[in-house]
Design a protein. Structure first.
Length: 334
């Protein structure tokens, strides 16, 4: 395992990605600021979606933003958890980019386990598509500690389509469609030094909760819109403290398993098609065979507090993009 980790990027350069086994419609040509429009159109609205909310995310903050971002502080690294351990990955690569130093020590090994996926009916901010059900994750996997950054994306893909670039390469990549994530993964996997993919929705929530049963991985929810929520303020960038833009990854407190940015900053594509949850227990669920869009999780810099909860979910067409949607990697255990 260690030998493979030291060389995961060493054979990427010049290798053409294999064709996709699944064909999706091509994304339309991008116009300037196209990926900003979904968020901007809703910026001043307060939406209370029905139980089965529509295709677009319930991502709308209210107009009141309380608290002073200057009061935010970065929390220290947590003590190692028995449920997860860190795995370092070398930056060594023929791409010759120091940016892959950011991949060093960037994955957490998540152990198998059983958890309650979704939310109880009494949870503050809950939506009707969060049916509580038992899920077992039967295989360990590596979860990236942070979302993929702009620097990591550029080192692999050779471009940077992100809207927010002012604070450098450690900002999360955004304005990339689900289909473009698959292109990134095909190129990364062409190095044949490990198998990388998007997390399933169940894996994502399991890693987000980190053993907790509370609305946030680090505690309870006290605010549904943009006011100061004591727990979320410390662990995520949302409409209450983000200044309406994405922020460099790992700038807030991690969860108990050492994973950052699961509540806010950038929402994240998952592998699954969106669909209704079952009520009965499931093992390693992968979602339905088709659906109205791909699952997006985690909330973003634009989201109100209730949409940053561990159970909050929405969907987005796989050929569309937004300035509040990015992704993080899973590495399979060989």
């Amino acid at each position: 395992m260690k030998r493979k980790q030291e060389n995961i990027f060493s054979r990427i350069e010049g290798i053409q990605a294999p064709p996709s086994p699944i064909e999706f419609p091509e994304s339309p040509p991008r116009k300037q600021d196209d990926c900003k429009k979904p968020a901007r159109l809703l910026e001043n609205a307060v939406i209370e979606p029905a139980d089965n909310h529509p295709t677009g995310p319930p991502q709308s903050p209210n107009d009141e933003v309380s608290g002073d971002p200057a009061e935010e502080r970065q929390a220290p690294e947590p003590e190692p958890s028995p449920a997860a351990k860190d795995v370092g990955i070398s930056r060594r690569t023929r791409l010759g980019a120091d940016i892959f130093g950011s991949f060093n020590d960037s994955f957490v090994l998540v152990s198998p386990g059983t958890f309650s996926m979704g939310s109880p009916e009494y949870e503050t901010g809950r939506y009707g598509d969060e049916t509580l059900h038992e899920v077992t994750i039967s295989k360990e996997f590596y979860m990236q500690k942070t979302p993929v950054t702009q620097g990591q994306w550029k080192a692999v893909m050779g471009n940077n389509p992100a809207s927010f670039r002012d604070e450098g390469a450690d900002l999360p990549i955004e304005c990339i469609s689900w289909n473009e994530c698959e292109e990134f993964l095909r190129k990364l996997n062409s190095g044949k030094e490990g198998k990388y993919r998007l997390p399933t929705e169940a894996e994502w929530e399991y890693a987000c909760r980190a053993g907790s049963g509370t609305p946030f991985g680090n505690g309870e929810i006290s605010e549904v819109y943009c006011g100061r929520d004591a727990v979320l303020w410390e662990s995520g960038w949302y409409c209450g403290n983000s200044d309406r833009k994405s922020r460099p990854v790992a700038g807030k407190a991690p969860n108990e398993w050492g994973i950052y940015d699961m509540h806010g900053n950038i929402a994240e594509w998952c592998r699954d098609w969106y669909g209704d949850y079952p009520s009965e227990p499931r093992t390693d669920p992968g979602g339905p065979a088709s659906g109205p869009g791909k699952v997006v999780r985690g909330g973003s810099w634009f989201s109100n507090a209730k949409n940053c909860r561990s159970a909050a979910r929405f969907h987005w067409p796989p050929n569309r993009k937004s300035d509040f949607i990015g992704f993080r990697l899973v590495r399979e255990v060989s």
